[in-house]
Design a protein around this ligand. Structure first.
Ligand SMILES: *Cc1c(COP(=O)(O)O)cnc(C)c1O
Length: 452
């Protein structure tokens, strides 16, 4: 029999954060494998920390979202939001499932083309489209979602120069009952700007006006905001039909559905509070089908949901570097990953599970990352078993925005692996190297010698 691990008894000050009606939040059970692949094996083969993505979960999330909308509405198209996670393998899983690409920069646009997305299945959003980007998009017949009047005038100029009729939509912002309002992107609905933009486009005769777009926010917790947004876009589409005797081809309702992560400071766990994708689908599709369009005039519904499709498909595996007592007696656990890799720990209380069996003792603790920076806090307060140096952990639901907003800061970014449907493991992004990072640096001649 193995000798039991000794842990000294301790008396501790309560520092547990808010209780809810079920008592203290306890959130641990050991997580020994991901999709059947042992966590310890992954770490021994691919190092620590390491991001792990489940292809099975990606596909399951996508198929579930498509089902939620397609069973309620006849014409549905998804477009994968590149900025949420633009690792090629992740994008390609969604493209294989039938998703188009939604991009907000030239870099993302080029990535989508390289991932095999035909130009006319790329939705180009965002306030930063340069002249050469608009030219490329026009030549490729992409869907240009115009953000402001300056972009509209430039597009008109370029359409004339290229002697082409680009397919354009406008991005619309509106009051959906959620404050602060996201009114910095697109044309405002309430003050008439959106209608004005549509009229300018139609008066020019140089653009093919195809759709209406909005993206009302992110991690939205109320479905009624989407009903309000859909209703305002329907109003524009309806008036467009009356004035120009033409149908709008599509209404693009953007993204913003929440994942089941727990927002910092929230009373209940995310899984218990977040509306399901079916509830969002219900709110959006009810609004459109009930609006007054004849069935044959119904626009295609485009969705650009990002976070809700990838967050729970990725995990970050890591290792305890050390534990210590802070001056107030609190236990601190230092991990080999920090906010450099886990940008979302600024607003989520990420669930962290030990990756091995543990004893009965647990303690409230703060979880730090390895950076020499005071801000490097992964969890300010979490009740976990007494993790020790060398123990492994699994951080859950890290698929959205971490692998795009991560920073190369102090340390290198680690490998990302994908577990496929047959449980084969693939490296989809290598560990960064010193050469990779310094490749773009140039040292002037007078600094080549240091003579120390
Ligand atoms: C970021 C973004 C999305 C995806 O947002 P999520 O909140 O991740 O669903 C969709 N559309 C546009 C225009 C975006 O900027």
């Amino acid at each position: 029999m193995d000798k039991l691990r000794y842990e000294r008894p301790s008396i501790k000050q309560m520092n547990a954060g808010l209780m809810n009606q079920y008592g203290l939040k306890t959130e641990y059970a050991p997580v020994l494998d991901i999709d059947g692949v042992p966590v310890k094996k992954i770490i021994s083969e691919y190092g620590s920390p390491v991001f792990v993505i489940s292809e099975r979960q990606l596909r399951r999330n996508y198929q579930n979202a498509v089902r939620a909308f397609k069973t309620r509405y006849p014409k549905v198209q998804f477009a994968w939001s590149y900025k949420t996670n633009y690792l090629d393998s992740v994008c390609r899983v969604f493209h294989q499932e039938g998703s188009w690409a939604e991009v907000v920069s030239r870099f993302e646009y080029q990535k989508a083309l390289r991932n095999g997305v035909p130009g006319k299945k790329i939705v180009f959003n965002g306030p930063d489209k340069r002249e050469e980007d608009i030219i490329t998009a026009i030549k490729n017949d992409s869907l240009l979602h115009i953000d402001h009047f300056d972009e509209l005038y430039l597009t008109l100029e370029l359409a004339e120069k290229l002697n082409k009729k680009p397919r354009v939509a406008i991005r619309v912002n509106m009051d959906t009952g959620i404050y602060p309002m996201w009114d910095r992107f697109g044309f405002n609905y309430e003050n008439g700007q959106a209608w004005n933009a549509i009229n300018k486009i139609m008066a020019s005769g140089k653009l093919e006006f195809t759709g209406l777009h909005t993206h009302i926010g992110t991690f939205m917790l109320v479905t009624s905001a989407y009903a309000a947004a859909a209703s305002k876009l329907c109003d524009l589409a309806y008036n467009f039909r009356i004035k120009f005797n033409k149908n709008i081809e599509y209404i693009d309702i953007g993204g913003g559905f929440p994942s089941t992560n727990t927002l910092k400071g929230s009373y209940l766990q995310g899984v218990d509070t977040v509306p399901s994708i079916d509830e969002f689908a219900e709110a959006i599709t009810n609004t459109i089908v009930n609006y007054g369009f004849k069935p044959e005039d119904l626009p295609t519904l485009i969705l650009e949901t990002g976070r809700a499709l990838v967050d729970d498909a990725a995990f970050l595996l890591g290792t305890v570097l050390a534990t210590k007592r802070l001056s107030d007696g609190r236990r601190a656990t230092i991990m080999d990953f920090g906010v450099n890799l886990l940008f979302t720990s600024y607003w989520y209380d990420h669930e962290i599970s030990p990756a091995q069996e543990f004893t009965q003792n647990s303690e409230d603790m703060v979880v730090y990352g390895p950076l020499c920076m005071n801000i490097d806090v992964v969890r300010e307060n979490i009740n976990l078993p007494l993790l020790q140096k060398g123990d492994n952990v699994v951080v859950h639901k890290v698929g959205a925005y971490n692998m795009t907003q991560w920073q190369q800061f102090i340390t290198m970014r680690p490998k990302v692996i994908l577990i496929d449907m047959q449980r084969n493991v693939h490296i989809i992004r290598e560990t960064e190297t010193l050469d990779y990072i310094t490749e773009l640096e140039k040292v002037p001649q007078h600094l080549t010698e240091t003579n120390l």
